[in-house]
Design a protein around this ligand. Sequence first.
Ligand code: HEC
Length: 451
Amino acid sequence: MRVTLFISLLFIAVGLGAAEVSYQRDVWPIFKRHCIGCHSAQKTKGKLRLDDPKLLRSTGEDPLFVPGKPEVSMLIKQIIGDEPEMPQNEPPLSAAKVNLLRDWVLQGAKIDATPANSVPAVVIPKAYTSAPAVTSVTISTDGKLAAAACRSEVVLFKVEGNDAPRRVPTEFDLITHVELSPDGKLLAIAGGSPQQFGGVMFVNPADGKTLSVRRLGGDTFFRGNFAPDSKTIALGAANGAVFLIPVDASAPPKSIELHSDWVMDVAFTADGKQLVSGGRDKTIKVSSVAGLKLLRSIDQSPEMITSVAADPLNAIAAGDARVLKGYDFKIALSGVEVSGAGNGSRPVNKLTQYVRTYEGQSDKVTDLALSGDRKLLAVATRSAEIRLYQTTDRKRKTAITKVPAPVFSIALNGDGSRLILGSKSGEVQIYDTASSKLLKTIVPVPVLAKK
Ligand code: HEC
């Protein structure tokens, strides 16, 4: 009896020691929790990526591991010792976690499955029980085609007539930005899944077919802007970076960490050479596109910046502070661009010399939109009014009242004759800006009729 029990116990002990370590169940959660903040597509410290199992053996300066030999494997050497190198500047991994990683390498570092979280379960209902909020809208340069984002789908529809809208599903939990390219050939859809990935998708607006999808980094994108040549989209990211993503799916994306918190919006200048960005860190910055370099932090707001734009002469920004300001590019950047030293250079001009104020806003600004010719600026706030300004003299031209507040997103077409808005109520409206006349109201997705 005794002997049998002893042997069984021994068996269990041996069994435990040799328990198969699963990449998916055991290893990936450790990487995800402790490592991918610095080792992913977004931030690739030491050139190493731990966010994608396919890249474990091909990235990093030295081989990450030697299967079966934890004692000579970089992955293990970096996490053990009195003061482990990794995770950098953070408390060491627990002994249990170190053991799991060591056993995984010892057992051959097998990948049993891709991480569960790389396939988020996005469900798009046939019909919604109540109208989902419209998070982003866009209208084509000619004012004939429009698109609106609701949860994980985008709906494309013609402004005139009653053709059935076309639903474009995505794999993103959240869509933060939709935009028809200036040349009208592409629809960009950006967003992602919180704390999982940022995504951008390019679609042919004529037939709703997906041309390409990219997943980048570890968190969602926010708003952005197509370059004037329609070849690149700039997007703000949760890690404080601005991404420049080429439409050509074989060209690599670029990014620059500009802000210390979420970048809520980015806009290209008319010549496509500079970017204006703003976000939760309350700063407004101008950077160069070619060198992807900060040119100047042009202002600091007391509250978060939610939206930016660029008219031919000025950067424009607004947000929770209820103020709308323009900043003369030429004066703000003179003496900065010449030296080209980015952060290090001392700007010669002071804020008061280049700030161009608009009238005060009645509530927090939720979105700004410029017409394609950059002559008309529309401003949405949390109140039920959209104001339109001429960018040349910053005078108010007109206002559209009694809109379904709060409006989350607005857009203007090429000549500013049409305004589209998307509301929290789930409604999308299109207005003629010259007469402030409402042309159309739709709820873009099917909603079950109330019984
Ligand atoms: C705060 C940022 C940060 C975190 C978090 C982090 N690393 Fe690193 N890691 C770095 C940096 C920076 C380097 C490259 C320079 C260095 O070695 O200091 C690096 C390099 C490495 C290298 C390569 C060393 C070499 O020379 O080839 C390995 C392996 C590594 N990290 C593993 C990990 C693992 C495993 C975790 C999670 C347990 C982790 N890192 C978490 C910043 C980080």
